[in-house]
Design a protein around this ligand. Structure first.
Ligand code: TYM
Length: 321
């Protein structure tokens, strides 16, 4: 089984990225035959237009993955743009991609609704993502629920291409565990940079405290019994804490006499308990940027070998070779 995933360097990563994608991707490195994890920098260009920021964010995502425990011996870890062959495959896929399907894509419509300009890059984003997945002949793709439609488009494209030109592509499966499929942000909506509701993964203590203490709650008094299932603090807490700790918080809420302020402090404690070791490893890696660069360069060399094989088959299938 081959596992593949990608993360956009569109800014600093947040807790949703970590719980929804990075944590299980890193766990899967133990079970998979091989893994291809990459920094989706071509994709990030659809939203980031400051070159210095992009460079910084690329390095930041590399640090995040490595600090989270990605083992470069087990994972081919690389930058998407270090293997530009993916763009050729995106073109070969675009010739079977129906326009109407892209026009209906959630993430495209969502970006437009948030005032982004309708560029061709944004529109064709799912085709490039399909190329990422199919180029490396992936079996399993761990992602959050917001990527589900992109995986469906990928499978449909693979089927269409195979029917038209012969069996070239493998059909990938998504890996979207229900509990972390959509990590809520501080306002209860999906945690997302574009909604301004994130809890950072690598921020300062002050930034993390500010985000957690800023979680939006209702005005129920301390004494009132509260339903944990409708409560953003609890919904995030249960993803960080042990099952016993989560049960204890749920009981406290149900019993009444437990205020949101106390729950936020407990969430902050659980955040630090889980993520301080990550943050320490990240700080240590930060002091060795050359090591990070070497890991990505060696990953790119391995990724290129795989990419060439698939692209060769696709080029032959359409008649370019
Ligand atoms: P991106 O960079 O937006 O997000 C990276 C990963 O984090 C997950 N995620 C979440 N999961 C749960 N709850 C949340 N609130 C949350 N926010 C983000 C995303 O689902 C994703 O798994 N298109 C991809 C990048 C990509 C890719 C690929 C992924 C490019 N090519 C090929 C897999 C395979 C993206 O924008 O993710």
């Amino acid at each position: 089984m081959r596992v593949l995933t990608g993360i956009q360097p569109s800014g600093r990563l947040h807790l949703g990225n970590y719980l929804g994608a990075i944590r299980q991707s890193v766990k899967l490195q133990e079970k998979a035959d091989d893994c291809f994890y990459f920094i989706a920098d071509y994709h990030a260009l659809t939203t980031v237009s400051d070159p210095a920021l992009l460079r910084e964010a690329i390095h930041g995502v590399a640090l995040d993955f490595l600090a989270a425990g990605l083992d470069p011996e087990k994972v081919v870890f690389f930058r998407q743009s270090d293997v530009p062959l993916v763009q050729e495959l995106a073109w070969l896929l675009s010739i079977v991609m129906p326009m109407s399907r892209l026009e209906l894509a959630h993430s495209y419509k969502d970006k437009l609704a948030h005032g982004k300009e309708a560029t061709h890059g944004l529109f064709a984003y799912p085709v490039l993502m399909a190329a990422d997945i199919l180029l490396y002949r992936s079996d399993l793709v761990p992602v959050g629920k917001d990527q589900k439609q992109h995986l469906e488009i990928t499978r449909d494209l693979a089927v269409k291409f195979n029917l038209k030109f012969g069996e070239v592509f493998k059909l990938p499966e998504g890996f979207i565990p229900e509990d972390v499929a959509t990590v809520p942000g501080t306002d209860g909506q999906k945690m997302s940079k574009s909604y301004g509701n994130t809890i950072p993964l690598s921020g300062t203590d002050k930034e993390i405290k500010k985000a957690i203490m800023g979680i939006v709650t209702d005005s129920a008094p301390v004494e009132a019994p509260k339903d944990p299932e409708t409560n953003t603090i609890y919904k995030i807490y249960r993803l960080l804490a042990s099952p016993e700790e989560a049960e204890l918080m749920a009981d406290r809420f149900r019993a009444g006499g437990y205020g949101y302020g106390d729950a936020k402090k407990e969430l902050l404690r659980a955040y630090h308990a889980l993520l301080d070791p990550f943050r320490e490893r990240r700080a240590a890696l930060e002091a060795h940027p050359d090591d990070v660069r070497d890991i990505l360069a060696s990953g790119a060399a391995k990724a290129r070998v795989e990419a060439e094989k698939t692209l060769h088959a696709a080029r032959r299938a359409v008649g370019l070779e």
